[in-house]
Design a protein around this ligand. Sequence first.
Ligand SMILES: CSC[C@H]1O[C@H](OP(=O)(O)O)[C@H](O)[C@@H]1O
Ligand SMILES: Nc1ncnc2[nH]cnc12
Length: 295
Amino acid sequence: MARRKLGVIGGSGLYAVDGLTEAAWHRVETPWGAPSDDLFCGLLDELEMVFLPRHGRGHVHSPSDVPYRANIDALKRLGVTDVISVSACGSFREEMKPGDFVIVDQFIDRTIARDKSFFGAGCVAHVSMAHPVCGTLGSVCATAAQAAGVTVHEGGTYLAMEGPQFSTLAESVMYRDQWGCSVIGMTNMPEAKLAREAELCYASVAMVTDYDCWHPDHDAVEVADILRVLTANAEAARAMITELPTLLGPEHAPCPQGCGTALEYALITAPDARDPEVLKKLDAVAGRVLSGPSD
Ligand SMILES: CSC[C@H]1O[C@H](OP(=O)(O)O)[C@H](O)[C@@H]1O
Ligand SMILES: Nc1ncnc2[nH]cnc12
């Protein structure tokens, strides 16, 4: 069995984690450019962990500018097996209140201005996104967050919008009523798609900061209001993270859902038609399927 290495991508408000030993920030180069920031690597109890602030320390990357491919490549390159994304989000459900955590299990991707795949001309692949997150890892996050005293909702659809502006009222009401969404944010896509292509287990913990603009008591979304909730949410996220080593254990068993073999039947470009330059860039994310016997 492989040794587990946990990656945590911290969203708005979560730019650092505490409690890691033997920890240091490491710069990682990737064929997709620089990640959002250096990666903070260390041990949480016995568990190897890597933390990456999605927007960089100081929040310098907007949702459209986050280097999603470099981030996922860097985590994979460092040997990460499981990725937990921690994100701020708006809520479309009265019962999903600011301060609650939602373990996302579906996405609707409305982002339009981002690189969404590691694959393309020279090496084409189509992975399944029917079940876009790792259910096993999500359940562990739910248990960890509950142990940290947080109200958790297991399951919910995350609407990924381009941003950086918040939604109009018409969009907000449509996402809630017609599209049945639970929460809204700007970053989990294409992150979840890229994690799947990189054969990583990926879970999304969406921390509610506001009710978006549909709610009669919340006329407009204001960053100042969000920031107030974010600080408390970040503390709760840190408390959740400290529960993870005991729940996850040091070994990464093969994922029953098949996250670790997502590329098995995904590559469609014939081996002799693949572009060697493109293959070089895929060394980390697709090394398992590209370096084996010719398929
Ligand atoms: C600060 S409010 C909007 C901002 O917060 C969320 O970021 P993240 O998903 O990284 O926590 C949202 O997606 C927007 O980027
Ligand atoms: N209402 C909202 N819309 C989009 N992203 C968000 N992040 C936090 N709250 C949000």
